[in-house]
Ligand binder design. Sequence first.
Ligand code: FUC
Length: 792
Amino acid sequence: MTNFKNLCLVLTVFFLSPFCSAASDSLILRYDKPAAEWVEALPIGNGRLGAMVFGKTADETIQFNEDTFWGGSPYNPVNPQAQAALPQARQLVFEGKNEQAQKLIDEKMMAVPSYQAKYQPAGLLKLAFPGHENFTNYRRQLNLNTAVVTIEYKVDDVKFGRRIFSSPIDNCIVIELTADEPNSINFIASFDAVQEVKDLKTEDDCISLQVYGAGHHKAVGDLRCYSRLKILTNGGDVKLDDNKFIVTNADSVVLLLASATTFVNYKDVTGDPAAIVKKQLTAAAEKPFDQILTDHIKAHQRLFSRVSIDLGSTPDSNLPTDKRIKAFTSAKDPDLAELYFQFGRYLLISCSRPGCQPANLQGLWNDSVDPPWYSKYTVNINTEMNYWPAEPTNLSECHEPLFTLIKDISHTGKKTASVNYGARGWVCHHNTDLWRATGPIDSAFYGFWPTGGAWLCQHLWYHYEYTGDKKFLESAYPVMKGAAQFFVDTLVEHPKYKWLVTCPSVSPENAMFDTVSICAGPTMDIQIIRDLFNNCITASQILDVDPDFRKTLVEKRDRLAPMQIGKAGQLQEWLEDIDLSAPEPEHRHVSHLYGLFPSSQMSKDTPELFAAASKSLQLRGDGGTGWSKAWKINLWARLLKGDHACKMLTSLISTGTYPNMFDAHPPFQIDGNFGATSGICEMLMQSYSRFENNKLGGEIILLPALPSAWPNGSIKGLRARGGFEIDIEWKNGKLELARIKSLLGNPLKLSYGDKSIEVQTEKGRTYIYNDKLELHLKVEVKKLGNRDSNPN
Ligand code: FUC
């Protein structure tokens, strides 16, 4: 029995192993040399514990992060002076004295302190292999299907191998070293850190590293990050000397690295990381390596394998990934678009598992104590973009860390709302951090934007739209209601237009004139608040609560400023028609197009607005970096222009992607990766929710923006609003079949080209359609074998 079990284990490990399957080749990032720079190193992560693997032969570096390791300590940066200045700031804006208003806000209304905490690197694991300076037959790869980095090379005819992954089951980074000759593995393992102060120790049979978070509002940070390394050798000898492991003549070795901080939650930093880490390492050390690997791969594939995509392959598919990126066009190497799509899903799984911190500006991966934009949460686009692919690409669980953050800021933001504005409910401005700070930071120009929390609340609603989970909605509704309550109290009537507007606010980071962004009622604010109010209205009906509040929301919603079309035929970004004279007509933020994507306030059913959105996007141009281009992929897809969406994707990948496929803002910022993953999805399938008699239903558009570069292909396992799972196959640019599984039994409107049908679906049933949207029995039996049966 035991032998049989072992055989099964060996076979499972083999079949799941990075080099076993030709079918998973298009899921591999491969290189023929070690990483020279951080943006060439390969990312691994278990949601909490991440690392960048360089794959150097003689001096391997594994730079690691723990997602709760930030600078600073619990704080709430309210500004008691702010409330008194609010009426004057509003008055100045309404009198057209925006510049004076901006100055006043800078002086009196910003958060104290008006900057947030920085995400910190946890440490460096160094592995020195003397004599490995000269090597041959090198290859390095990341297999997205197994979430394992593999490195292989030869020194003097001995073949050396490494397998490295971060296990969500065993809570540690695992490194396996092998050689095809016995007694060949000789190396020295040690910790290092970029922080000036670091404690290196030898404890029991381990080495440890302790580093301290940078200061923020206090000179010294409150968090400590404790990491520990254990080594298990097969053959040879291990010595501990001067806080280093010295391994000689081993046959194979497994290194286990665990890390934790004193962070318990945003109010409590009294954790005992040494105790946590010791427990994790002791448990992991008792498990055979193959079991750790199998468990890791299973946990990864449970999420990752839900979606597959095939856009076809070409000879370029066989080139190293860095070369493919440089040479990329969507038609020449569609397989790279596939890889990019799946890399986005891989990254989300690796940096945002339930119970962890949400993906920050760099996801989980940061090597600097002073990272760009502090590697925090910028919620005027970036954090939301990180989560655009979560529901449609079937990674609903990975959305959870964001929900926890939103719940947290609904508490901290309550204080900001009451102290800074004298308002009920809660507010979050354009950034937040580990400590869930919600006040306006940096400067009025960038930071005085009260709509960040409201935008984040859309994600609570998206989760409901996709899953129909009423229990979740019950727990989310008070958070959404609090966000709405803030605007019930702070929306003001514009003296000239008589509409309800936010004031003061900004259209994120874009100047109306000179260096002034402070204004009243920017289009994006109104769109976000309209969504928030509508979602709260529908949620309160579904949950049958709060009729009076609902009535208030309906009244206020109906008085919100409308979207307006300006003299160039564009959708106006501001209340006034000034888009053409604004100093940066090609500004990277396309905030007023929020209404087109991610929202759905404009579509071909609203032809004037749809045309205006298209005009605005043309005026903005195809430039920008990273997330800006990624947003435009989604926008062009929503405008049903597949070739333009594809052009943006080509430009993003070929000019804005580092060799390791990280998105360049520059420097690295992860939002573009996630935004482009979402964009590819929007090109192939779009979904909307529909409510009749408070019952959730879905609308699915098949291949709405299929580019000519991808005439043949398939995507399987996507999720749609209303509770559906979808496979799509197409040939010669035309739908071949769509397989739609109804997960909740909700009504569905299905569209392809100019055809639409309405179906009352049955829960658990699968419906298969051809290009005429006819139910198609024969196709199903032939192509899908024994999968779910067609009802007709
Ligand atoms: C927003 C953008 C910047 C950058 C920063 C992190 O402020 O305007 O380009 O992405 O977030």
